[in-house]
Design a protein around this ligand. Structure first.
Ligand code: SF4
Ligand code: SF4
Length: 456
């Protein structure tokens, strides 16, 4: 072993949860659920069982933590589809997070990569005002005509293909800012609950309209909605990319921001964020100051679909859309970590005019996985192309998702398949708000592209 490998081995011994590694009994029940195992032609090194075996072997000093081990961990989507099917209940996601953190702590990034990581992880995401400025620039780029010019002159061709494709499907950035200061939002019907809304960093900038739709739906469901001003990014991107210390700092700030609100629920509308918020109790389990507070915080985290379903929103409000076929792509983290799969489907089935068709392998990752579709573009597109075969088989006009990354990935899939004239991808709350367009809270709704009609 090289010196660096020896250090990684020592960190594995000190930091990895050996009991969790030993929980894996090598049964292989997880293999069919793993997209990378399937897409690599059943390569055990790219399966959960193989990855756990590699982590254990590095821990025991039997295998050097070389490039092959790191590659195996990097190619994992972190979708956690291997967890619900595991009879031993192995917490694979936590093992992966810890292993990646160790590798990252011993990595010698080039100055360029170091600078990019520092800017993104420390300089941008933890600061909501900077996020707003950055997304504001994107809005300017879209509205000023610059986007049309760069496309015409082929400027985007200077960037990797994955970034070119992503640029095409970015949502139109809303001009609206500063909605948090208007909180609390009163319930429209008789009060059912007080909810605190985790508005997120990307969701509250790039997907502002979806956040506004979320608030309106909650009001319609009888909720008083509070939005703490000093909340920040959930830290998922950091936690999944080997920046665990920053993730912990962000978690503590969020716990402080929500602590004194006495809300019945803390609502998230992004599967990836919700799943990371739910994991705060694990993330801070050894923290003497925040360990207990994290448990209280975690217990309140609920996805918007789950709460709307529990409050019988769909029975109180008439939901109608023009006739169209609708299918649902699970957000991996919403399904595998937050265990919310039935609620969104039931809500969709309650919409009049929406012919719900379940997609084959809807529970399998679409290949978005945070920044995976940028850093592991080839595998991501391979997974997406297979996903689109399943989408096409449903004949759906509307693909519904519950996470911003999945939404962009499905938009990308539609673009790649040349289906943009007949298929759309929407976040579930946008479709639900569209479906209650006759209601009081929606009376002042501005007409925008969300009201497009998708006739069969
Ligand atoms: S299903 Fe669980 S116990 Fe079985 S091999 Fe996979 S991770 Fe290990
Ligand atoms: S997290 Fe997803 S990609 Fe990674 S091992 Fe588990 S099923 Fe496979």
């Amino acid at each position: 072993m090289t010196k660096r490998e020896q250090k990684i081995h020592e960190s594995f011994r000190e930091q990895m949860d050996e009991a969790e590694l030993l929980n894996c009994m090598r049964c292989g029940f997880c293999l069919p659920s793993c997209p990378t195992y399937i897409e690599t032609g059943y390569d055990e090194a790219h399966a959960p069982r193989g990855r756990i075996a590699l982590m254990k072997a590095v821990h025991d000093g039997l295998v050097a933590p070389d490039d092959d081990v790191e590659r195996s961990l990097n190619l994992c989507l972190g979708c956690r589809a291997c967890e619900p099917v595991c009879p031993a209940g192995v917490n694979y996601g936590h093992l992966l997070e810890d292993a990646r953190d160790i590798f990252n702590n011993h990595k010698r990034h080039s100055p360029h990569v170091k600078a990019v990581r520092k800017t993104v992880f420390n300089g941008l995401f933890p600061h909501q005002n900077r996020m707003e400025k950055a997304v504001g620039l994107l809005g300017f780029y879209q509205r000023s005509g610059l986007q049309n010019v760069t496309r015409k002159i082929g400027f985007m061709k200077l960037f990797p293909k994955s970034m070119q494709d992503m640029e095409k499907v970015l949502p139109a950035v809303s001009r609206k800012r500063g909605r948090k200061s208007e909180s609390p939002y009163p319930p429209v019907t008789s009060k059912t609950a007080t909810v605190a809304f985790f508005s997120g960093c990307l969701m509250d900038t790039m997907f502002k309209e979806t956040n506004e739709a979320t608030i309106k739906l909650l009001q319609l469901a009888g909720c008083e909605v509070v939005i703490p001003q000093n909340q920040n990014c959930c830290g998922a991107l950091h936690g999944h990319s080997g920046e665990k210390d920053t993730a912990k700092e962000l978690a503590k700030r969020n716990i402080d921001a929500f602590e004194d609100l006495n809300a019945d629920y803390i609502i998230s509308n992004a599967g990836g964020c919700g799943a990371f918020l739910v994991d705060y109790a694990h993330l801070l389990k050894d923290d003497a100051e925040y360990g207990e507070q994290a448990k209280v915080f975690t217990a309140k985290i609920t996805d918007i679909s789950q709460l709307l379903y529990e409050l019988n929103f769909y029975e109180k409000i008439k939901l109608t859309v023009p006739s169209q076929t609708v299918t649902y792509q699970d957000s991996c983290h919403l399904r595998n970590v937050m265990h919310t799969a039935e609620a969104p489907r039931e809500l969709l089935k309650a919409i009049e005019g929406a012919d719900y068709r379940e997609m084959e392998r809807a529970d399998s990752c679409c290949g978005s996985a945070g920044i995976y579709n940028i850093v592991e573009s080839e595998m991501s597109m391979q997974i997406l192309d297979h996903k689109m075969e399943d989408v096409v088989a449903t004949n759906a006009h509307t693909i519904v998702t519950a996470n911003p990354g999945c939404l962009l990935q499905m938009k990308l899939g539609i673009e790649r398949e040349g289906l943009s004239d007949k298929v759309r991808a929407v976040h579930i709350v946008d479709l639900l708000l569209e479906a209650c367009s006759d209601t009081q809270v929606n009376a002042d709704k501005e007409t925008d592209e969300k009201t497009e009609v998708y006739q069969t």
